[in-house]
Design a protein around this ligand. Sequence first.
Ligand code: 5AD
Ligand code: SF4
Length: 491
Amino acid sequence: MSGLHSGNKVIDESRQGEAVVIENGDIAKGRKLYIESYGCQMNFSDSEIVASIMNGEGFETTRNFEEADVVLLNTCSIRDKAEQTVRKRLEKFNAVKRSKPEMTVGVLGCMAERLKAKLLEEEKIVDLVAGPDAYRDLPNLIKEVDSGRDAVNVILSKEETYADVTPVRMGGNGITAFVSITRGCDNMCTFCVVPFTRGRERSRNPQSIVQEAMDLWSNGYKEITLLGQNVDSYLWYGGGLKKDFEKASDIAKASATNFSQLMAMVAEAVPNMRIRFSTSNPQDMTDDVLHVMAKYDNICNYIHLPVQSGSSRVLKEMNRGHNREEYFELIERVRKIIPDCGISMDMITGFPTETEEEHKETLSLMEYVKYDFGYMFKYSERPGTMAARKLEDDIPEEVKSRRLTEIVDLQQQHSAYRTKEHIGRVEEVLIEGTSKKSAEEWYGRNSQNTVVVFPKENYQPGDFVNVEITNCTAATLIGKAVGYSKNQVTV
Ligand code: 5AD
Ligand code: SF4
C-alpha cells in the first residue's frame, strides 16, 4: 500500500481526492482536536508537539473550535492579564460545551502547572489539566476523562525534552519554524513565574536538533529559531538537569556541547538556512556565541537581550545576574564583534520599590543602547514568586502606567532612529508572505529581524532577495528588490 505514516495513523492515498484514515488506536474515535496557544513562542512550539502526540493517536486537528470534540488551551501565566485572557476564552468554550456536553476542554501549559487541580475542583471550568512536561500523557488523560474521571498531570520532569517528537507545524507560513532546544529555567528572577511553571532547566540532544533542522530544510523551510527560556545556557552532557552537570562523569563533561558549539553544528548542517535564536540572558551570553554569530553567514545578526531595568539596585532586587555596567559592557562587545547587530529587549516598569530616579536610569540605559525594538511591561505580581513573597507591589497603577508610556514613547523614537539607519542599504530579505497593508507587496525580514516590505514582481515566498531600502516608518522598512541574494538556492 502506498501510504503516509504519521504515528500510528495511516492515510491511504489510493483513492483520489479523499484520504481514508485508518485508526490503529481507539482513543480518537474519529474525534477532532482544536488547540489554541497563548504566551511565548515556546508555547506555540509546544502546541506543535501536542498536535504530533495527538495525531499519533488518530486525532485530526481542526482550525474551527466549533467542530472540535477536544479543545486544548495552551496557556500563559507570565502576567495576570495573560491569565485573564485565557479565562475569558474558557468561558466561551464552556458556553459551547453547555449545548455539546461530550466536548472535552483541557488546559495545558503554564496556567495548568500554576493552578493544577484547582481548575478542576474549585473552579470546575475544565475537564483536563496537563503541565508542560506531561504532554506524552495526554492520550491517557483523555481516556480518564472519557471514563468520567478528573484528569490531571502536572509532574515536572528532569529529563523531558520531547526530543523524539516531530512537531506538526500548524498554521505557519511553511518558511519559518521554531525548534526548541532547552526547557525550563534556572535563573530565578524574582518577578518570574516560569521556574515554577516550567521547571528546572534541561537541554535537548544536539543530534535531534540538527536532524530537525535538516528535516525542516528538506521540507522547504528557510529559517529556524532555536528556542529556549535561556538559550545561552544550553548544555548537553548526555541528558539531565543543567544544575546536575557538576555531578556528571568526566567523560560526559569532556564531551559536553554548549550553545556556541550547538549553533556552529546547526549552521554547518543547514548552510543555506537562516538561523535565529531566542531568548538570551545577559549573564549567560558568552563571547564564543558572538564569535560564532560573526563567523557564520547564515546566523542572523540579531539578539533579543532582555534587560528588565536600567538600575543596578532594581536588577539586584530582581535577582538578575547582571548590573547596569555589565550590561553596557556586553552591548559594547556585541557592537564590536557584530557591528550591524539588531538588538531588542524586554523591560519591566514599576517593579516594587522602583524610584523615579531608577526609572530615569531605565530611560538613560535605553538612550545609550537605542534598541531596534522592545517589549515593555508593567510589573504584575505573580503569586508564589520571590518578589510576591518579599516585596509589596507598592508602585501605584497610575505611576506604572505613566512610566510605561514614557519608555514606550522613547522606544518608538529609537525604533525610528534605527530603521532610518537602513535607508540606502541593500539588505537580504527572506520573503514570508503578502504584506498586511498591500496585496501587491511582499513582507519579510532582514537579518536584524526588522520587517521589510517591497513590490512583489516575480519573487515568491521563501525566496532570499536583495532589497534596496528606500524609505521607512518607525517599525518597517520599505524598499525595492534588486535581485536574488547569493543565498537563494534554485532547485
Ligand atoms: N510582570 C511583568 N512582566 C513580566 N515578565 C516576566 N514576568 C513578569 C511579571 N511578573 C516579562 C519579562 C520577560 C518577559 C517574557 O515578560 O520582561 O522577559
Ligand atoms: Fe508565559 Fe512564560 Fe509560560 Fe511562556 S514560559 S507561556 S511566557 S509563563
